[in-house]
Design a protein around this ligand. Structure first.
Ligand code: NAP
Length: 256
């Protein structure tokens, strides 16, 4: 199937590695030009070079801290300066720290708000004036929006706000030809998941391998997802091939 992504221009946030990189890779494989960002200039330049070398597409790398409005505005403007219009946006950022409600300070709530919810609002606000031909916006949340995950209160609360934003914008932006969807990762094999396994292991006094084994027992497909599993679903939802899908949340979770 042709996804219709050839020469489309797509912003992909938090994409030096992990889920963002997986989606940028799938988009580049399908001929899209990708503008990727993350905080580390070296890492994001290296990721952009890999995509350009492997798939022969134009890429743009920008160092950007997604908790800062001015960084987001600069990333989007650099992309518009280079390519004119924008056809797609993948909304993503690092995850907030793990903790239970009673341990979380007011400052941590505020930081999680800036990192997860406010960054999503800012990315979308900065991008939609340049989506003059319509296109797709896709957020990444978590299975915690379906059922809370222990010790991930900050993530669960902010990501539920992101899902509300997606549903609202699917209605409000439909007349502009902009589709807005949400992708729900279960457990995709990235550094973030390895860190969460380490946290669980420390908490329970078990090894990270045992923590991972316990989480695998809850996944019918009996393996962690790969960033390629995740990337192909993301590229589809961002593409013209998903032209009649908006306001949807798709789980990529091996059946868990
Ligand atoms: P990851 O492998 O740790 O990658 C995180 C990426 O985000 C890196 O490219 C990092 O690059 C970038 N980043 C982090 N903070 C940033 C910031 N403030 N500004 C700009 N870029 C930032 O994590 P992941 O597994 O891909 O997770 C991505 C998101 O999905 C996270 O919010 C995570 O909580 C969520 N999630 C993941 C899973 C899963 O199964 N992997 C499940 C549920 C939810 P720099 O360090 O260079 O900034």
């Amino acid at each position: 199937m042709d996804l219709g992504l050839q020469n489309k221009t797509v912003l992909v946030a938090a994409a030096s590695k992990g889920l963002g990189f997986g989606i940028a890779k799938a988009l580049a494989q399908n001929g899209a030009k990708v503008s990727i960002c993350s905080r580390s200039e070296d890492d994001i330049n290296a990721a952009a070079k890999t995509l350009a070398d492997d798939y022969g597409v134009e890429t743009l790398a920008t160092a950007c801290d997604l908790t800062k409005k001015e960084d987001i505005d600069n990333w989007v403007q650099r992309t518009v300066d280079k390519w004119g219009t924008i056809d797609g946006l993948l909304v993503n950022a690092g995850g907030p720290p793990a903790a239970i409600f009673k341990e979380i300070s007011e400052a941590q709530w505020q930081s999680a708000f800036e990192l997860t919810l406010m960054s999503s609002i800012r990315m979308i606000n900065a991008t939609i004036p340049h989506m003059t031909n319509g296109g797709g916006i896709l957020t990444i949340t978590s299975s915690s929006v379906r059922e809370p995950i222990p010790r991930l209160a900050l993530s669960t609360v902010m990501r539920s706000g992101v899902v509300g934003l997606v549903k609202t914008l699917a209605n409000e932006l439909a007349d502009d030809g902009i589709r807005v969807n949400n992708l729900i990762p279960g457990r995709i094999d990235t550094d973030r998941v390895a860190q969460l396994d380490q946290n669980t292991a420390n908490k329970l006094g078990i090894t990270p391998e045992e923590a991972r084994k316990r989480s695998l027992a809850k996944i019918p497909l009996n393996r962690l997802g790969t960033i390629d599993d995740f990337g192909s679903a993301g590229a589809f939802l961002l593409s013209p091939a998903a032209s009649y899908i908006t306001g949807a949340s798709l789980q990529v979770d091996g059946g868990s």
